[in-house]
Design a protein. Structure first.
Length: 263
């Protein structure tokens, strides 16, 4: 079986420990059972790092965007930050992004500047409309405001990354054309809501991911994640849906290629 990792962060410092080479790891993953990886940026700086890695590895693509947590710490004006992201999609040399992301809202911490996050989210959704590209949505403890923002931009589509909402919410997003991606959390024993959602997503809207280096699936939870652990996420997803792992691996690979416009 071949697996498509629809969301990872191989530029992260977790892949630079103990003299390791992220490039060697990525090459090894592609030589085994990984068919594709979307290397996802979270700021102008990390989007550039994601592009540089993607340009080295056939099978790796990248996304450029500003994560809500990164937006909190940006010191440049909003318009300048958006222009830096637009430049990735307008570049005439090198790889262009296959999606705009990771963008969204994260209300997990009490000191969050929610108004600033919403401004960045809305502006990037408008940019996605302008560019006609899919988006990768981060939604942590902000379900209502994320949904409201997407209602303000009905022409935007893409994927709800590492989905954590209810089965009813998953079905509503899928009805509106959104893809739903499941990370290692679908394998966690206390993730009943996630497994319920995984069971009802239509076949043609299903994706898997690592969110590497985070969210490593059971039985390796707590270790650094990479695309080699997709086998466990895929098995948990198949179990939640009552189908074979071969079925979910094939569906998620086909769906990723369709969403991101890949051959």
């Amino acid at each position: 079986m071949k697996y498509f990792d629809s969301h990872a962060h191989y530029w992260d410092d977790a892949f630079k420990q103990n003299g390791e080479s992220a490039d060697q790891l990525i090459d090894a993953l592609f030589s085994r059972d990984v068919a594709g990886i979307i290397n996802v940026g979270t700021s102008p700086k990390t989007s550039l790092l994601a592009r540089e890695q993607a340009e080295k590895h056939p099978g790796m693509e990248y996304a450029a965007g500003i994560h809500p947590t990164d937006a909190q710490g940006l010191s440049i004006p909003l318009d300048d930050a958006i222009e830096e992201i637009r430049a990735f999609f307008r570049a005439t040399d090198g790889k262009r992004p296959v999606a705009l992301g990771e963008i969204g809202l994260d209300y997990h911490y009490d000191d969050t500047d929610r108004k600033k996050q919403i401004r960045y989210f809305d502006e990037q959704l408008s940019l996605a409309e302008e560019l006609n590209v899919p988006v990768i949505i981060h939604d942590r403890d902000a379900h209502a405001d994320v949904f409201d923002a997407l209602l303000r931009h009905p022409r935007v589509g893409g994927v709800m990354h590492s989905f954590s909402g209810s089965a009813e919410m998953a079905l509503e997003y899928a009805r509106r054309g959104w893809y739903i991606s499941f990370s290692g959390t679908v394998s966690f024993k206390n993730a009943r809501k996630v497994t319920e959602a995984a069971a009802v997503v239509p076949d043609d809207k299903l994706l898997i991911e690592t969110d590497a280096p985070y969210l490593t699936p059971h039985p390796y939870r707590g270790q650094r994640n990479d695309s080699g652990f997709l086998v466990y996420t895929n098995e948990a997803l198949a179990a939640a849906r009552g189908v074979s792992p071969e079925t979910t691996a094939r569906l998620t690979l086909e769906n990723a290629k369709r969403l991101f416009g890949l051959k």
